[in-house]
Design a protein around this ligand. Structure first.
Ligand code: SF4
Length: 396
């Protein structure tokens, strides 16, 4: 039987490395002046060429072996006054989700500890609210949760509806790492999905978050009835922000009975190729951003997920809890993937969990909070262009 010796194995590895990297294009600069036709042209590239280009850029800006594991907890469900047409938590629709009160602090801390023990490095808390007005005591409780979870060494994210600059400042002071506020879709298609808050109001909250020095998590949902032009429009919108969002979640609609979009998946299911195309395009246009494979991941088989990771997706939600609100998609009843299953899947593809604050952009915003003697400029992206481990991220 033919066997490879050590030198033959080395030679095979070398050939694979050369095959992967020989034609890697020079890194694109991080641009904030994209035009829609430019992005559309990328989006329309033959799919495997698009994936190859995205994968090449991913390897210049990120460590391709690392996937961020995030755990999401709903801290207040249902009864929301907004009319997002995909959401089970809107009080305007008759769905199975019932309104609940804001949960106590200790169960949240317990869930965060468990998430950390299982390898999650980011803990996200979602509340079904339009905004925080009239919720002073609830907000104080959330600030305590943020403080405590940040004290565990985890990245902390919240999604609480619209924020004022002052509320954003208080969240930053408490130690919040990131705030999720999705744009959902293009400016043009947005009125078909939501009427109770404007696109510009969403952008105002994102500006308040960014100005407070908090990382922005803002992405969209595929399957709302939008076209490719709208998918391109969404990427264009975030690509031209003064700073690219540190995180861009890509959700696929999981229709909820009782919502206006309950039949969307049956009539217009989002093809897998569209999800992959969107992830790949986002990776090319937003090279330093974490691309989050969010709601709808459970509809993808392992190989499909692996292809998304190759194209540049580098974060997933995981955990044992039944999630009624995959981050900012809020409203879909969908199980989180158990950690063990996800870790086993990642192991089969040579992937492992990303450390806390190892994304350069997020770490930079933490600045003085790193507490390890590093200057902000010492934190650099793991971006080996030659497949080596040189350039490993320095962080906490
Ligand atoms: S997505 Fe958020 S804001 Fe919209 S209805 Fe659901 S909970 Fe309310």
């Amino acid at each position: 039987m033919f066997r490879f010796g050590p030198s033959a194995r080395l030679s095979v590895q070398l050939r694979r490395t050369l095959a992967t990297h020989a034609s890697t294009p020079a890194p694109l600069p991080t641009r904030h002046s994209w035009t829609k036709p430019e992005i559309q042209k990328i989006f329309d590239t033959p799919l495997l060429d698009l994936v190859f280009r995205a994968a090449s850029i991913h390897r210049q800006y990120h460590d391709p072996s690392k996937i961020q594991l995030c755990t999401l907890m709903n801290i207040k469900t249902g009864g929301c006054s907004e009319d997002c047409s995909y959401c089970s938590q809107s009080s305007r629709y008759s769905t199975a989700t019932k309104a609940s009160r804001l949960v106590d602090i200790e169960p949240v801390l317990e869930a965060a500890r468990k998430a950390k023990e299982n390898g999650s490095t980011r803990f996200c808390m979602g509340a079904a609210w339009r905004d925080l007005s009239g919720r002073k005591r609830g907000f104080e409780r959330i600030l305590t949760m943020v403080r405590e979870i940040r004290g565990m060494g985890m990245e902390v994210c919240t999604t609480l509806g619209m924020l004022s600059p002052e509320q954003a400042r208080q969240l930053k002071e408490a130690g919040l790492t990131a705030y999720n506020h999705n744009l959902d879709t293009s400016r043009e298609y947005y009125p078909e999905v939501i009427s109770t808050r404007s696109y510009d109001e969403r952008l105002d909250t994102i500006s308040a978050v960014r100005d407070a020095g908090i990382s922005v998590c803002s992405g969209g949902i595929l399957g709302l009835g939008e076209t490719d032009k709208d998918r391109v429009g969404l990427i264009w919108e975030v690509a031209n922000m003064p700073e690219h969002p540190e995180s861009f979640p890509v959700n696929a609609l999981v229709p909820i009975p009782g919502t206006p979009l309950e039949n969307n998946e049956a009539s217009e299911p989002v093809p897998y190729q569209t999800i992959l195309r969107t992830i790949s395009t986002a990776r090319i246009v937003l090279p330093g951003t974490i691309i989050r494979l969010a709601a709808g991941r459970q509809t993808l088989d392992e190989t499909q997920q692996a292809m998304c990771f190759m194209a540049g997706a580098n974060a997933v939600f995981t955990g044992e809890q039944m999630l009624t609100t995959p981050l900012a998609l809020k409203g879909r009843l969908e199980p989180g993937s158990p950690w063990d299953e996800d870790k086993a899947m990642m192991g089969r593809w040579g992937l492992e969990g990303m450390g806390s604050f190892s994304q350069a952009n997020v770490a930079r915003k933490e600045g003085a909070r790193l507490g390890n003697g590093l200057e902000v400029g010492d934190v650099r992206t793991a971006a080996p262009t030659n497949g080596s481990k040189e350039g490993e991220t320095i962080g906490v």
